[in-house]
Design a protein around this ligand. Structure first.
Ligand SMILES: [Zn+2]
Length: 199
């Protein structure tokens, strides 16, 4: 029920941002504009046995889709590539508890949620990249269109974070970092975030 309500909210928020409707989702990959395709299941829209339908929303995002920068002005790499077991090729970087986190791309907030491990999860995407970040206190909302470098929250230790001795930091003052995973939609796979943050 909560998911249905969230999807409805996404739909409503997105509706205000619609550039146009199209039936072919691959058209967006051919255009030169930074346009992201967000498939949205609309419950009860088309009727029938399942009562569900699918709407294709195209949203135009200002700025270069290829541009990428670090989510921090300065950071320490605290863990190299990891997370393959759950589909990531992520790194952990830290600038300290409360440090400003910046949008690494020109993109739209497509997901913001807390997962089963209490990780706060933020996903920003555009036509080229899908960026997933975890553990922060995020101050943006689903549907927000972000400019590269825009503040989007602060570093924290929400969820599955550990101290230097491998002990979980739930309820403790440790483990502050950002888990960063980057998917390159042109390749259809995750890439090493260190290859694109460059600083
Ligand atoms: Zn991590």
């Amino acid at each position: 029920m909560a998911l249905a309500a969230m999807l409805l909210l996404v739909t409503l928020v997105s509706f205000a941002l619609i550039d146009r409707f199209e039936s072919n989702p691959f058209t967006s990959l051919l255009g030169k504009q930074n346009r992201v395709y967000l498939p949205v299941i609309v419950k009860g829209r088309t009727g029938g046995a399942s009562g569900g339908g699918q709407a294709a929303l195209y949203i135009t995002i200002p700025g270069e889709p290829e541009a990428f920068s670090s989510p921090y002005t300065h950071y320490t790499l605290t863990q190299g590539l990891h997370g393959y077991s759950y589909g990531h090729a992520a790194i952990d970087i830290s600038a300290g508890n409360g440090a400003a986190i910046l949008s690494p791309i020109n993109g739209i907030v497509s997901s913001l949620y807390v997962d089963d491990l209490a990780n706060t999860v933020l996903i920003i995407e555009n036509e080229v990249y899908q960026v997933l970040m975890m553990h922060g206190n995020y101050s943006v909302n689903v549907g927000d269109i972000l400019t590269l470098g825009q503040p989007i929250g602060t570093e924290s230790n929400n969820g599955w974070t550990k101290d230097a001795f491998g002990q979980l930091c739930y309820g403790r003052d440790c483990g502050y970092h950002t888990h960063l995973n980057v998917c390159d939609k042109r390749l259809g796979s995750n890439i090493n975030p260190l290859d694109v943050i460059k600083n």
